[in-house]
Design a protein around this ligand. Structure first.
Ligand code: HEM
Length: 184
């Protein structure tokens, strides 16, 4: 595992990613903006003119078994592929009831009941992903999920998101914003 990486997603007038749409799936939306930048590293301050900025950090996996880690590692792709000109930033907050569960209970909901990892594996290597945790930072979202894919995989990504939102795990989601992006 690489060491934790601090990441800030800042929306405003500048940035490599064009914001195509911001949709409130559950709970309050985020303000509209034109562009998004993903800043890596704790020492990089968010641009002072940002409309909004969300922070998170990469971390070690909590729920993934050895077999699942190996299955993911065998197919997953890194961020920044040239052909991956579409992206999604999906910030998510889960309920207090979720956080009151024990680790084994959360794992059972995430995978044995909801098949999150098995479903996700269906969309690799087309979709590259990185999970950021914000809860420990006192952020409004527990997770900042980031995905990159090519335009020809955009339809498949919609199916993936629909499948996950239909699971028991998503009944523990209390706020979700779906931000879609593109770059040339
Ligand atoms: C967590 C895989 C797509 C939202 C996880 C974890 C894995 C995973 C392995 C567990 C990490 C751990 O052990 O701590 C995948 C794969 C996907 C995918 C392979 C295919 C592209 C998505 C999508 C969303 C999403 C589309 C949002 C719509 C999340 C969230 C968590 C998570 C919020 C954190 C859950 C928690 O800790 O409570 N994902 N995922 N994932 N994923 Fe996905």
């Amino acid at each position: 595992m690489p060491p934790p990486l601090s990441v800030t997603f800042a929306a405003g007038a500048a940035g490599p990613w064009r914001i195509e749409r911001i949709e409130a799936v559950l709970g309050e939306a985020l303000p509209a903006a034109a562009r998004l930048t993903m800043q890596e590293g704790a020492s990089v301050p968010a641009p002072p003119d940002a409309v909004w900025a969300l922070r998170g950090t990469t971390s070690n996996p909590r729920y993934t078994t050895r077999a699942e880690l190996d299955a993911l590692a065998a197919v997953q792709q890194g961020l920044g592929r040239r052909q991956a000109t579409r992206a999604a930033l999906i910030p998510i907050r889960k309920t207090e009831a979720w956080w009151a569960l024990a680790q084994d209970e959360r794992r059972a909901i995430l995978e044995e009941s909801s098949h999150h990892i098995a479903i996700g594996l269906d969309y690799l290597p087309a979709v590259a992903r990185r999970l950021h945790h914000g809860r420990e930072l006192g952020e409004p979202f527990d997770f900042l999920t980031w995905f990159e894919y090519a335009p020809e995989d955009a339809e498949a990504f919609e199916v993936l998101v629909r499948r996950l939102r239909a699971t028991e795990e998503w009944r523990h989601v209390t706020r979700e914003v779906d931000i879609r992006l593109s770059r040339d």
